[in-house]
Design a protein around this ligand. Sequence first.
Ligand code: GLN
Length: 446
Amino acid sequence: TEASFTRITEVDGDVQAFLTTTRDEALARAEQLDKEPIEGRGPLFGLPIGLKDNIVTKGIKTTCASKMLEDFVPIYDATVVEKINEAGMVTVGKLNMDEFAMGSTTEHSAFQTTHNPWNLDYVPGGSSGGSAAAVAAGEVLFSLGSDTGGSVRQPAAFCGVVGMKPTAGRISRSGLVAFASSLDQIGPITKTVEDNALLLGAIAGIDHRDSSSSPQAVPDYRAALTGDIKGMKIAVPKEYLGEGVSAEVKKSVTDALKVLESLGASWEEVSLPHLKYSSPTYYVISSSEASSNLSRFDGIRYGYRAENVQNLNELYLRSRQEGFGDEVKKRILYGTYALSADHHKDLYVKAMKVRALIAQDFANVFEKYDVIVGPTTATAPYKIGQVIEDSLTLYANDMLTVPVNLAGVPAISVPCGFSEGLPLGLQMIGKHFDEATLYRIAHAYE
Ligand code: GLN
């Protein structure tokens, strides 16, 4: 824990991954843990961890990188926080993100821009940019992010670390501030696949506080790391190496496939025909759910409240006007429009139908194959400021990650080379609740 704070002091002025650090509490807890008997300690005991700032922490500010929650101090811990505490981990602070997890660069934080530790002129990805950058910069070895449409995998790829988006329902969402409930999952970010497997094992499982959490037993993920992937059948969707994917990204994937072949796996090209509709489908569904979820921030129950208002309507209006940033307002407007009486049949209902087709595309491939492999992102990281005004490009670049959330399947991103000194990520997508196979192949590859 001390080493973690030393490193934070050294580099976080540049990287700016942390919104809050909890030095005194963390050192006191570490000292307390030192007194516990060695016999009862698990593999994560005493290890420092950072948490994305949309995971509620009792007594520690949880801002979602929004002015709306700038001074919000939760009165309970998220289930994942209880679980990391039970494992003996030490929370060292809360990590920067795009406001309410909406974005792909961490530039939509109301407070600061996180920089990519490999090159400070570049973004770390998003929305869990702080979580990925903190691990890449060695400030912590473990962090938690959340992934609604790629927000764990894409920053993991841009920062050269390992990020897992588990199956929908694998981890309790109780205490994760909701963006789009049918798509949100908490996910571990680490330097190695083994660390990732350990952390998922510690936080997964059913929880009576989240009725969508699954009763499926949590396997020993570390036991899956045998190094043996002989006979594994890999599918490579041609759409993952198609239009919009840069040449260096394609090359990194073909190189990775050669490594996987040399380890005894085989691969074939397949098609996910509805993939081209995944970004528009995702933005309709996620914005619709967000417009509903974010209605709770009304200036009364939580967070920011406008001053000098004349009546209740003005209180709602001005609190939301002043408390939310532009990207969040944009999503609320899209979502409200997509759910409106005049348009919901053409937008929301249609998107739900396309979502079912995308899920079926994955199911068809998984009848014959064990795992799908492709890039995590279409391009290498962007320069800070390069794409912030260009929402359409950013939304389109989510095309390789969002289908996974729409289908509810798990996916991991592992480092697979560099483009001009900046990391690229390889994405491996698995069957529902088959995170173990993903860890096995990712570990053999890494
Ligand atoms: N980039 C996507 C978005 O802006 C994904 C965000 C996420 O996964 N939280 O919505």
